[in-house]
Design a protein around this ligand. Structure first.
Ligand code: UD1
Length: 365
């Protein structure tokens, strides 16, 4: 009998982490891999379109939990996933990725049912417990059997917290596998042309962290900063549903749309988004994953956060943490070509899924 493996997909940033692993396992006769979509993200442009881009099949199980408060989301995911494990299909191994609410929820279900759990992207720490993701990272790593990390800082964080060495394996950054897998499609997409943008003459913007967009004072500051900087370089902003909702509620949305050099678009799928990023002069973001993708592509990344769980993008890559007040001077630096050229961290090489397949084979056989 092949071993059952469950992969949890919940929110947009998870999909590019499970896709390479799904593809690396799907054709193996010693395992049967199933995708469980918790439904934390549900709009087509936050979910189905990205599944299609990443050549993922329809999820084998869909839990359909939708939005809600943190407790509601975690509770609903736990109840629904426990039902799958107990009544439908008990996996021999559960793999959770990243740091969203569903990651911690499913890891808890499995740990309590004595199902082995692996955390892919283990060990990242921002040190900031005001971030819901930091709580999810701590909880998940505390109860997982296998901790698969992307970088040496993550290994160190886990050692410092007392995790035994035998649990920690540095596998590399799986998101780079997705980028390499779809590299030809990303080049063929030529997304900039669709928005009449020319290579290296525009910036890409994404903002969705509660610490930036849920606070009306900070949100206004960011809006003003983007408007001001769009006078220097065209900016294309893929507006996350949380951000759009807050812009509308705070009556900022109508005016924000009226600036010629500020192009506001709906969230877009993986291939067009990476096509936009690859040809951008700079990126302004508060995302986690984009800090890594820009380091991989040697593109200046201005991260509007006080801290990052991905410090290697600052120490080895092209990322800089900035305050909203410092946006303009940092955009000027990029435009003057006064920016760091980074290096690609070790094992960010497009072969992370192959390494993990080998590890899982040894664990299960
Ligand atoms: C979640 C993750 C965050 C990740 C982000 C990527 C947690 C704690 N947060 O935050 O780590 O960086 O996803 O996007 O797990 N909404 C829609 N359509 C959707 C999804 C959400 O309209 O498909 C709306 C929700 O109803 C809610 C808002 O967007 O109003 C926020 O969604 P939610 O999933 O709660 O958190 P994110 O901010 O997306």
């Amino acid at each position: 009998m092949p071993h059952n493996i469950h992969l949890i997909a919940a929110a947009r940033p998870n999909f590019m982490k499970i896709a390479p692993l799904y593809h690396a396992l799907a054709d193996q006769d010693w395992c049967k891999v199933s995708i469980i979509h918790t439904g934390q993200h549900y709009d087509a442009n936050m979910s189905d379109d990205i599944f299609a881009d990443l050549m993922l099949p329809e999820p084998h199980f869909h839990l359909g939990v939708g939005g809600g408060t943190h407790a509601e989301q975690v509770g609903k995911v736990m109840m629904a996933y426990e039902n799958i494990c107990v009544n439908v299909e008990r996996p021999d191994l559960l793999i959770v990725v990243g740091d969203v609410n569903s990651t911690a929820a499913c890891a808890m279900v499995a740990a309590k049912l004595h199902i082995k759990v692996a955390h892919l992207e283990a060990g990242l720490r921002s040190g900031d417990r005001l971030m819901p993701e930091e709580i999810n990272r701590l909880v998940t790593d505390a109860i997982c059997d296998y901790l698969w990390t992307p970088s040496p800082d993550a290994d160190e964080n886990l050692r410092r917290e007392g995790h035994p060495e035998s649990r920690i394996i540095r596998v590399g950054n799986i998101m780079m596998d997705s980028f390499e897998l779809l590299s030809d499609k990303i080049d063929a997409e030529n997304a900039p042309a669709k928005y009449s943008l020319e290579t290296k003459t525009y910036g890409v913007v994404t903002l969705h962290r509660p610490s930036n967009v849920d606070n009306p004072v900070i949100l206004k500051k960011l809006v003003d900063g983007l408007v001001e900087n769009s006078k220097k370089i065209k900016l294309i902003f893929a507006v996350h549903p949380r951000t759009k909702k807050n812009l509308i509620e705070n009556k900022l949305w109508d005016d924000f749309q009226k600036h010629e050099n500020l192009i506001l678009i709906e969230p877009i799928s993986y291939v067009p988004f990476m096509s936009l990023v690859k040809s951008a002069k700079l990126v302004i973001t508060d995302s986690g994953g984009i800090q890594e993708e820009t380091t991989y592509l040697d593109i200046p990344c201005l991260t509007l956060r006080d801290n990052t769980e991905r410090p290697i993008t600052v120490t080895e890559g092209t990322n800089k943490l900035i305050k909203p007040e410092a946006l303009s001077e940092n955009v000027d630096k990029v435009l003057a070509d006064d920016w760091i050229h980074g290096t690609k961290p070790d094992k960010w090489d497009g072969h992370t899924a192959d390494r993990i397949r080998g590890i899982i084979y040894n664990l299960l056989n």
